[in-house]
Write a protein that binds this ligand. Sequence first.
Ligand code: ATP
Length: 479
Amino acid sequence: MAPIISATQQLPLVSHAFSYSKPTRAGFSLLQPHILHSNKALFYSRSNFRPLKAILNSPSLPKVAGDAKEKEDALTLREICLGHVPEHVLRRVAEVGYVVPTDVQKQALPVLFSGSDCILHAQTGSGKTLAYLLLIFSVMNTQRSAVQALIVVPTRELGIQVTKVARMLAAMPTENGAEQKSCTVMALLDGGMLRRHKSWLKAEPPTIVVATIGSLCQMLEKHLLKLESMQVLVIDEVDFMFNSSKQVSSLRKLLTSYSSCNSRQTVFASASIPQHNRFLYDCIQQKWTKRDVVHVHVNPIEPMPTRLQHKFVICSKKQRHQTLLSLMLSDTPKSGIIFVGEQSEKSKKAGNAPPTIDLVDFLKTSSWGCSEILLLEEDMNFNSRAASLSEVRQGGGYLLVATDIAARGVDLPEITHIYNFDLPRTAVDYLHRAGRTGRKPFSDEKCYVTNIIMPEERFVLQRYENELMFNCEELFLQS
Ligand SMILES: Nc1ncnc2c1ncn2[C@@H]1O[C@H](COP(=O)(O)OP(=O)(O)OP(=O)(O)O)[C@@H](O)[C@H]1O
């Protein structure tokens, strides 16, 4: 089996590399450059590297001088990127207020700039998007008219968001103050005007494409989009994409048939990669990445951001609407998301209104009057979905009633409260829903996740608490 090389943040800075099993000659030569370049502890194993963590965390580990580590920790984002990312992008980064790198940026950027394939595995809201976009800007040649980077996302909503950040970073002010683009960013997303995109692709290919897999494959199958010049391929929310029966086969095709891992740098990103050792193994075996792929796993023992406070209220099914209202009247959230489960096929066939609409109607006719109530769910048409999110992004107070479509990647930094009106189906879904709040790096403002559960659901929530290692406090509402 091929060696797996991995770097982790939790390690003290060391000058030694460990081999859990005897390295092959090829394995050792893969390991060596990493030692030289990162000066961090790197280790690899044939199967499972867990026992190594104990060794690596042991105080007897040889440490490089403390001030070298302090210096490395104190580097600004600009200093990390200098010599890799064009000056005009670095200026934009600073103008937006990104000065101090987040942990994932600190750890991942040197790996990404070294050209390694990478799995970015870090908490929700930790700044993975900026990390992979900076890599893209570091390899971009604006003189070439070809698609050089492709970012694949699971939803249109996330695609719009990533495109916006990429365009914001790409904008280049000219001398008289008017902006011109240094590179073009195309959003090739389900529900978009594919006819317009076809003409654009024929006239002049964009430098960066942000795409959902359905629209992307349509363009690839018609040979309207070519990936021969693609240098970076990013798959965001990678675990979700591999788990989605609608997306997985196209994704596999993209990774192996439409392009080859040898001719591109591949980056996978997510806050949750269940069974990540197995995933790393598959990446190499299936040739989704090169053999020396680096797993940047930030804060592996704390998958849930610590800023979040979790609570639960037990009530009967009939009392849930009223319980939610009482909670909101006492919390008075300025902005929040209420997550509701998807409507069952049986309920659809019976002609019932979706539970999201029921809830919006209830809130609109109730004594809740503090903020605007918006809706986001799969069954809405794409224009209404876009309208909901753009209203939300204009700021001000709002409550978004949403299904899990809003649970992945959507970045609304002003949200302070999440309500699970229905419990999510899995711990991973819980993690991503909860992660829609607490999204301002370096802030210690408290954010809240409140679960409205029925007595028989307490054990499910307990299971999520154990799996994600957080504590949920019971609330008792006064009647
Ligand atoms: N260095 C930085 N300094 C300040 N803010 C930052 C920095 N990097 C990113 N951010 C902000 O942090 C927020 C979260 O970033 P981002 O959306 O990339 O998180 P993520 O890791 O992709 O989360 P998720 O897993 O939920 O998709 C964004 O509002 C972004 O603007």
